[in-house]
Design a protein around this ligand. Structure first.
Ligand SMILES: [Cu+2]
Length: 271
C-alpha cells in the first residue's frame, strides 16, 4: 500500500469513529456480508502481530532516544570545572520547526498504530456468517455452556476446530468476564444483558478459560477449559450427548405416566 493510500485509509477510519459509544447491551451481531471480509487470519493472530509491531516501535524509538541522549551528554559535557554553558537563541521559525516536526512524527506513528488497533477491534466485533453459536451463562462460580441442541456442559467448552465460534453470554448474578488467553479475547457477562465474543480455534488442543472480573470469594475457582476437537469428533460427541439426554427424558416421561395414577390412589385411600 502506498503512503498516500495508507494515509487515506487512516483518515477514513478516523472519520468513522463513533463519538458516542454504543451501549454494551446492543447485542446485534452484524454478520460479515458476502465473501468480501471472511477473516482468513484469525483475530488472535492479528492481535499478536500488532503487539509485536508496538514492541518494535517502542524499542526502536527508545533506543534512538537513548542514543541521542547519550550523544548530547558526551558532546555537551563540562570540559573544565568553571565552564558555564551557553544557550543559543533560536529564530522563531527554528523554534516552531523543533516543536512541530517531532510532534507530527510521533503523532503520525501513534495515529497509525491507533488505526491498526481500531481495525483489530472491528474484527473482534464483526462475527463471521458461518460462526457456530454457543450460549454461555456465568454464575457464582461456574460456567455453563449450552449448545444449539440444548446439550449443556459445565466448565468445559468443547468446540470444533477451524470453525469460528460465537459465544452469546449472560450472567445469573454479578459481573463476570470470560477470558480465553489463547485467543486473546475477554468479554464481560452481566445480569440482564447479553454480550458476545467470537474466536477462531485454529488448532486442536486444550486451553484455559478463567474469569477475569473479581466476582466474589470463589472467583479463582471459575477456571475451565476450551477443548478444541476435530470436527467429526465434535459432531460425534454432541450427538452422543443429545442421545443420552433424550434417553433419560424418555425414562422420566415413562415415570410420570405411572406416578399420577399412584398419586390419585394414594389420595383416595388417604381420605
Ligand atoms: Cu466470575
Amino acid at each position: 500500500m502506498s503512503i498516500q493510500a495508507r494515509a487515506g485509509s487512516m483518515a477514513l477510519m478516523l472519520l468513522s469513529l463513533p463519538l458516542i459509544p454504543r451501549p454494551a447491551q446492543a447485542v446485534q451481531v452484524v454478520p460479515v456480508p458476502g465473501q468480501s471480509r471472511q477473516w482468513d487470519v484469525p483475530p488472535h493472530v492479528h492481535f499478536d502481530e500488532l503487539l509485536h509491531e508496538v514492541f518494535w516501535d517502542i524499542t526502536i524509538i527508545g533506543v534512538l532516544m537513548a542514543m541521542v541522549a547519550a550523544y548530547f551528554l558526551f558532546a555537551y559535557r563540562r570540559r573544565f570545572p568553571d565552564e558555564v554553558g551557553r544557550l543559543q537563541k533560536l529564530s522563531p521559525q527554528a523554534a516552531l520547526g523543533w516543536m512541530i516536526i517531532p510532534v507530527a512524527l510521533f503523532m503520525a506513528d501513534d495515529i497509525y498504530l491507533f488505526a491498526k488497533g481500531w481495525e483489530l477491534h472491528k474484527q473482534y466485533r464483526e462475527v463471521p456468517e458461518n460462526a457456530y453459536e454457543i450460549r454461555v451463562t456465568g454464575a457464582m462460580w461456574s460456567w455453563t455452556y449450552t449448545y444449539p441442541n440444548e446439550v449443556e456442559t459445565y466448565g468445559e467448552l468443547k468446540v470444533p476446530a477451524e470453525t469460528p465460534i460465537l459465544l452469546r453470554m449472560s450472567s445469573e448474578d454479578v459481573v463476570h468476564s470470560h477470558f480465553i488467553q489463547q485467543y486473546r479475547v475477554t468479554e464481560d457477562l452481566m445480569p440482564g444483558r447479553v454480550t458476545y465474543m467470537w474466536f477462531m480455534p485454529d488448532k486442536v488442543g486444550e486451553y484455559v478459560v478463567t474469569c477475569r472480573e473479581y466476582c466474589g470469594a470463589g472467583h479463582s475457582s471459575m477456571y475451565g477449559k476450551v477443548i478444541v476437537m476435530a470436527r467429526e469428533e465434535f459432531d460425534a460427541w454432541l450427538e452422543s450427548e443429545a442421545a443420552a439426554i433424550s434417553a433419560s427424558a424418555t425414562v422420566a416421561s415413562a415415570q410420570q405416566v405411572v406416578s399420577p395414577a399412584a398419586d390419585v390412589s394414594a389420595r383416595d385411600f388417604g381420605r
